[in-house]
Design a protein around this ligand. Structure first.
Ligand code: NCD
Length: 362
């Protein structure tokens, strides 16, 4: 189910005349579960709206009344530091009331089902639910149930198993576009750029969401990792992108996806390098000989970056394991690392998503 909102952002964003970035925004998506069917217009809307909120966050008073009276529930069934805090801060900056759920101290321990927990939050008047779960499909199941109940609730996937993590990929996109043009971080800036995604691709929902957004932008995406962490099944993403727009995945893609079991070809002439954590909590068997050997083969260091474009930038969704997927020295190098900017961008991008999803209900 979808709803339509044409929102005069100028009116809702500012109590003064200070915001001049946008006039109107159209948004028709009720839930954000995956980026597989995101359109280029939606990417651009998110980027432009996030740029407006970045401006709000640079003011002395970093708060707007946009979602006043609305309730945002953060239902994190899996541990999280930055995503959860970022969504909470974003909701508070929009003046929404926030509810935070911790599974260990909830009625889940008394046998309540996840859907019943979600329905409890619905009955309390929740407008937006931000869901993280270790199993793929839980946010979609809750969204389907909310629609079946004919509720107005919007569901945002904050990471489900190995499936997707759309808000992370959108904040990565905003960070990359802002590095290319700080004033106008638009989607088209990525066309022809080379982005390497390195590491534990198999277990990464971040990589899966980034594959959709980055290839849709026209960037070349080069995945690199050992064969145990980058199985050939990832070639199916390239195949599905080549299908006509009437197919199951109706996304037009001018971008290309490449797989490498060696790091060097992925790094050669790269504009951006995204490193990923080895997600041991999702590994069911021993997939690596040792962390030391992994670092030698796939760890990102200043020396390795010499293969890339001279002003290459490095990203990491966090949390990082210093000295494993990325050297400690590189992580702290402000000329190369965009990691702090990713965290900062996260608040503006999540404000944009909550705003766009919540605007139809205001
Ligand atoms: C990622 C996640 O949870 O998928 N982190 C995040 O949301 N910032 C990546 C990870 O856990 O390694």
């Amino acid at each position: 189910m979808s709803f339509s909102a044409v929102t005069p952002l100028l009116q809702t964003l500012s109590t003064s005349d200070e915001v001049t970035l946008m006039s109107t925004t159209t948004w028709t998506r009720r839930h954000i579960i995956s980026l597989a069917d995101f359109t280029n217009e939606e990417y651009d809307t998110v980027l432009r709206t996030a740029a407006s909120f970045r401006e709000v966050l640079s003011r002395r008073t970093k708060k707007v009344p946009t979602l006043q009276g609305q309730v945002v529930a953060n239902l994190f069934f899996e541990p999280s530091t930055r995503t959860r805090s970022s969504f909470e801060l974003a909701a508070k900056r929009l003046s929404a009331d926030t509810l935070n759920f911790t599974p260990g101290s909830s009625s889940l321990t008394k046998g309540e089902t996840i859907l019943d927990t979600a329905k409890t939050y619905l009955a309390m008047g929740t407008d937006l639910m931000v869901i993280r779960h270790r199993e793929a499909g839980v946010p979609q199941a809750i969204a389907t149930e909310m629609d079946r109940l004919d509720s107005n609730v919007g569901v945002l996937n904050a990471g489900d198993g190995q499936h997707e993590h759309p808000s992370q990929a959108l904040l990565d996109l905003f960070t990359i576009c802002s590095a290319l043009d700080p004033d106008y971080p638009s989607f088209s800036l990525l066309k022809g750029k080379k982005v390497a995604i390195v590491g534990d691709i198999l277990h990464s929902r971040v990589a899966r969401s980034n594959i959709w957004s980055l290839t849709a932008s026209g960037a070349e995406v080069h995945l690199a990792g050992p064969p145990t962490l980058l199985p050939k099944l990832f070639e199916q993403y390239t195949a599905s992108r080549d299908r006509p727009s009437s197919s199951l995945i109706p996304h037009p893609s001018p971008g290309k996806l490449f797989l490498h079991w060696d790091l060097n070809p992925a790094l050669e002439d790269a504009d951006f390098v995204m490193t990923l954590r080895l997600q041991k909590e999702r590994m069911t068997q021993n997939l690596l000989p040792s962390l030391r050997e992994y670092h030698q083969q796939f760890g990102i260091t200043s020396d390795r970056l010499k293969l890339c474009k001279p002003n290459v930038k490095v990203l990491h969704p966090g949390p990082t394991n210093r000295g494993v997927e990325i050297s400690s020295e590189l992580m702290d190098d402000p000329k190369i690392s965009l990691i702090p900017q990713q965290v900062t961008s996260g608040v503006a991008v999540r404000m944009a998503l909550l705003y766009l999803m919540g605007s139809g209900k205001a």
